[in-house]
Design a protein around this ligand. Structure first.
Ligand code: HAM
Length: 428
């Protein structure tokens, strides 16, 4: 026998038993985005590699280490096209914004996207090579009120799903006016302590000094003494920062300043934020991360346009829901149509189709087994009702069996759906 083929490392099969939790998380995302006036957008799973190199920055981990490159068609002579699976959706959404001239629509553009992302990272719990993000973006709004609105939206989402203990970390990393001086201050500080940096920290110091701060292995004492970006903001960024924190206070959203929150992608300006939920053994994986990207549209060839958004890791949300004991979206009661005769399959199919037309969730038993066996299977499937097709059909009736209490009675076919719906609604 040939050896079975296993799924690629860092991917997950979403088995049917996890469907209810995913349905709850995805429905809440869609409902909430709609209630904040966002429309759905979807972009391709792969884009030209150059989009990510320009958008996220050549030195970012997502581009320099984790890019999932896509080859051309099997057997074709074409040169390998320069495509990559998307590591994140923001660059693709901005590309679509420019490609379709969305900037001429009455703005700002408010869109959301839910789908798989790909990063060729080292797989571990909560870190996958294929994962799902709920992404929310606002393009063309300079803020600062929308900054607070989005942070509040992300916290409301967690609250709606019943995920407790979520903390918001907040920072401002300035803009092209004030960041050079801040970067210089960091370089001066960390250069004086170069020997205390990890090899990766030293590499970051040379390539992108802000990212020394989010090296997880950075000595906390060294980090605590580092210059803070909020102390180096220009007047305009200071005003923006104070307004964002003021709006969050008014909205009652608690947050903590996190001077090390510089984010891993190069497009960020001003506001940056992440949401954390208490994890396994105190692990500190972010549930969500985002911020302002006022230079990204221009970097990708468009006019100077502000933007802000966040991405929420849905796989981590599902894990947090399970840790918090949040149940999934309950599925409607299942009805199984069984039969007493081996030659009544056409009737079972027709009755099942008619019950589905009336809004029920129905699967017919396609076997010729004895009735008792069919009923046993229905109960094992978790069905609540069995519609038994038998000799009553000559009178336009069937037997309806309540698999919860074992009672059954004859009922006219026309009345089955209403009976099931009423009973499923309960005594009130
Ligand atoms: P990010 O912080 O790279 O930001 O990712 C956002 C979220 O996606 C993370 O907080 C995490 O929950 C989840 N995530 C990231 N990588 C993985 C992984 N390997 N496995 C499982 N979950 C993961 C962005 O992607 C930005 N595009 C967010 C944004 C939107 N900024 C502005 N607009």
């Amino acid at each position: 026998m040939a050896a079975p083929i296993r799924a690629p490392r860092g991917t997950q099969d979403r088995l049917p038993e996890s469907a209810a939790a995913w349905a709850r998380a995805e429905t809440a995302a869609a409902d909430l985005a709609s209630s904040y006036g966002f429309d759905r957008i979807d972009t391709p799973l792969f884009e030209r590699t150059e989009l990510f190199v320009r958008g996220l920055g050549e030195a970012s981990d997502a581009v320099s280490k984790e890019m999932f490159l896509v080859g051309g068609a099997a057997g074709s002579d074409e040169e390998t096209p320069a495509w990559a699976l998307r590591p994140e959706p923001t660059a693709g959404i901005v590309r679509a914004y420019l490609e379709h001239g969305l900037q001429v629509r009455p703005g700002p553009l408010r869109v959301w996207l839910l789908g798989p992302m790909f990063r060729y990272d080292r797989p571990q719990a909560g870190r996958y090579r294929q994962f799902t993000q709920w992404d929310v973006e606002v393009i063309g709004d300079p803020g600062p009120s929308v900054d607070a609105e989005l942070i509040e939206l992300a916290t409301r989402y967690c609250a709606r799903l019943g995920i407790g203990g979520v903390q918001v970390h907040l920072n401002s990393i300035g803009d092209e006016q004030c960041r050079p001086a801040y970067r210089a201050a960091l370089v001066e500080y960390f250069s004086a302590h170069r020997d205390r940096l990890s090899p990766d920290g030293r590499r970051r110091l040379d390539a992108n000094p802000l990212r020394v701060l989010d090296d997880r292995t950075l000595d906390p004492a060294l980090a605590a003494g580092a210059p803070r970006s909020v102390d180096h903001l220009c007047a305009a960024c200071t005003e923006h920062w104070l307004a964002v924190t003021g709006f969050l206070d008014r909205l009652g959203v608690a947050y903590q300043l996190d001077h090390r929150l510089v984010r891993g992608l190069d497009y960020y300006t001003r506001t940056t934020f992440e949401l954390f939920a208490p994890g396994r053994e105190g692990s500190q994986d972010a549930l969500a991360g985002g911020g302002r990207y006022d230079g990204l549209v221009e970097t990708l060839g468009g006019p100077s346009t502000p933007g802000i958004g966040f991405g929420l890791g849905m796989d981590r949300v599902i894990m947090a829901m399970s840790r918090s004991g949040v149940p999934g979206e309950p599925a409607p009661a299942l009805v199984v149509v069984v039969g007493t005769q081996p030659n009544d399959h056409a009737e079972r199919l027709v009755i099942a189709a008619s019950l589905r037309d009336q809004g029920l969730r129905v699967r017919p038993d396609g076997s010729d087994r004895k009735l008792g066996r069919q009923l046993e299977s229905a109960a094992k499937l978790g069905a609540r009702w069995a519609v038994i097709v038998g000799e009553e059909l000559t009178r336009g009736a069937v037997m309806l069996k309540d698999l919860a209490d074992g009672t059954q009675r004859e009922i006219g076919l026309h009345a089955v759906a209403a009976e099931i719906r009423d009973a499923s609604r309960g005594p009130n």
